[in-house]
Design a protein around this ligand. Sequence first.
Ligand code: FES
Length: 116
Amino acid sequence: MAGVADAVAVARVGELAPGQTKKFLLHRGDREEECFLVNHNGALYAYVNRCCHIPMTMDWIDNQFLTEDQRYILCATHGACYLPQTGECIVGPPLGKFLTPVPLHVRDGEILASWP
Ligand code: FES
């Protein structure tokens, strides 16, 4: 499991306003994961950008991950809705499944992400 030492900076503290998201890549060896940060009501969460229904990215329009009311993470393909706080799917085909969380840390004003 990755520790803080392996973490990479993905954003500055305060960079994302509530309702904003940002994509980033994590690398390990020859593996690469596309992930995204989301600011939900002032708290930051990060997940691998892969739906629990079909393992594909969820933002049909680049970096558009949230429902219009910004309450849920949305998979644009079949409309699955996930809770930003936990990654649990509450509506849609992968009901009850969880997005893969990406551990976050804060150091010296930067948001660091670790391999999930
Ligand atoms: S691929 Fe995401 S809901 Fe079907």
